[in-house]
Design a binder for this molecule. Structure first.
Ligand SMILES: Cc1cc2nc3c(=O)[nH]c(=O)nc-3n(C[C@H](O)[C@H](O)[C@H](O)COP(=O)(O)OP(=O)(O)OC[C@H]3O[C@@H](n4cnc5c(N)ncnc54)[C@H](O)[C@@H]3O)c2cc1C
Length: 390
């Protein structure tokens, strides 16, 4: 019996992969959320703009995959010797092979915990629908954090006529490297977003009519509500004490087998594995494309057993904000310089190669999809590869 814990993108893709690989045995998918698997990228984009609702973000599931879907059930413990997962309701679910696809959840900051009303976060469809409704009544939105989700929420709020203040320690979109950061800061300013960079919220007062934040340098910001978007952490709490090696995710070997137990694998936001494309550097990638590729690979690995092949992946992410598309491949945050090959790097549209000591480590682009595709192909061909790129 194959058991998958986590009924979202990576879990669904792993289930599809074992079926496509010819597995005809019992397949159980256990997931904490009540909804069938849905797509998260639209949650901070189309859902906030009112263009998509819960039904429009559902992922297609061919014929139910002949799987037993146990939704609304949370796994709370793993005994890898007895090969059993315990659920919150106290039930035990056995397996021959286990795939961990529990993803990641929003990081939280003391004093800024979500309350479902004045302080929100965006991870689930419920979160997004709640924020979409709140934006219809808001005058000013305070966003803490300026990663992909923070910037996308800022864009949606501005499109809906809401004033926006962003408080951020790091420059905007820091994971995409300094060239994108600079362009994103200019884009935020051009769209009337008030950016408080290199600052944090020292305290937050929740009032009946909104919030008042006091920043570390003393400025106060009154807003109708706050969204906290300060990154994500892997959902591994339930695995503590199981014997699995946990360190910023489920530590896996090159074939995505979890270290510390037999017949346990991991995929998606929760998995950390040595990526052969980057000299075996351990990586945990929180991107849509990786969840699909790793779900695919882990399904194949479960069926292949000892014959499984190492998983290699070129990190790849997009973001839509302020009417343009950002595309990122590789690890541009590692870059010490950028070679702008098309457009102008400071603002507007551009495509650039990210270099570390003269060697390409990634590419970035705002709006120039064709130029980006060429750079992406170049990165793929130049990086060291052992094993296959899925
Ligand atoms: C708002 C938002 C916008 C995004 N936009 C983009 C984008 O534009 N581009 C991009 O590349 N990526 C984007 N991403 C990232 C992308 O959606 C994730 O990388 C992807 O969802 C990861 O899939 P996953 O299946 O590994 O994990 P998740 O989607 O996090 O799913 C994990 C599932 O496991 C469940 N679970 C957790 N713990 C347990 C437990 N103990 N028992 C049972 N079930 C459990 C969770 O409830 C969840 O349903 C975005 C993410 C968010 C939140």
């Amino acid at each position: 019996m194959i058991l998958i814990v986590g009924a979202s993108l990576a879990g669904l893709r792993a289930a599809e992969a074992v079926r496509e690989g010819g597995y005809e045995g019992e397949l159980t998918i256990l997931g904490e959320e009540r909804a069938m698997p849905y797509d998260r990228p639209p949650l901070s984009k189309e859902v906030l703009l009112g263009e998509k609702g819960a039904a429009e973000v559902l992922l297609p599931v061919a014929g139910g995959l002949d799987a037993r879907w146990r939704l609304g059930e949370r796994a709370v413990g793993l005994d890898p010797v007895a090969k059993r997962v315990r659920t919150e309701a106290g039930e035990e679910v056995g397996y021959d092979s286990l795939i961990l696809a529990t993803g990641s959840g929003p990081r939280r900051l003391p004093g800024l915990e979500p309350d479902g009303e004045r302080v929100l976060e965006v991870r689930t469809i419920e979160d997004a629908l709640k924020l979409a409704a709140a934006l219809g009544r808001a005058e000013r939105l305070l966003i803490v954090g300026s990663g992909f989700i923070g910037v996308e929420v800022a864009s949606a709020a501005r499109a809906r006529g809401v004033a926006v203040s962003v408080v951020t320690l790091d420059p905007p979109l820091v994971a995409a490297g300094h060239l994108v950061s600079r362009a994103a800061a200019a884009m935020l300013a051009a769209n009337g977003v008030e950016l408080h960079e290199e600052h944090t919220v020292a305290s937050l007062e929740r009032r009946p009519d909104g919030v008042v934040a006091t920043l570390d340098e003393g400025t106060t910001i009154a807003a109708s509500l706050a969204v906290v978007a300060v990154g994500a952490a892997p959902n591994v709490g339930w695995l503590e004490g199981s014997g699995l090696e946990l360190e910023n995710g489920v530590v896996c070997d090159a074939e995505l087998r979890a270290v510390g137990a037999e017949d346990v694998y991991a995929a998606g936001d929760v998995a950390r594995w040595p990526n052969p494309l980057f000299a075996g550097r351990p990586m945990r990638i929180e991107h849509w494309a990786n969840a699909i590729e790793q779900g695919d690979a882990v399904g194949a690995a479960v069926l292949a057993g000892a014959e499984a092949r190492p998983f290699a992946s070129l990190p790849s992410v997009w973001s839509d904000h302020f009417g343009t598309r950002l595309q990122v491949v590789g690890l541009p945050a590692l870059a010490d310089s950028f070679d702008v090959v098309a457009g102008e790097g400071d603002a507007g549209e551009f495509a650039a190669l990210a270099l570390l000591e003269g060697n390409p480590v990634g590419a970035v682009s705002y709006g120039m999809r064709r130029d980006f595709a060429k750079l992406r192909a170049r990165i793929r061909s130049e990086l060291p590869v052992s094993g296959s790129i899925h």
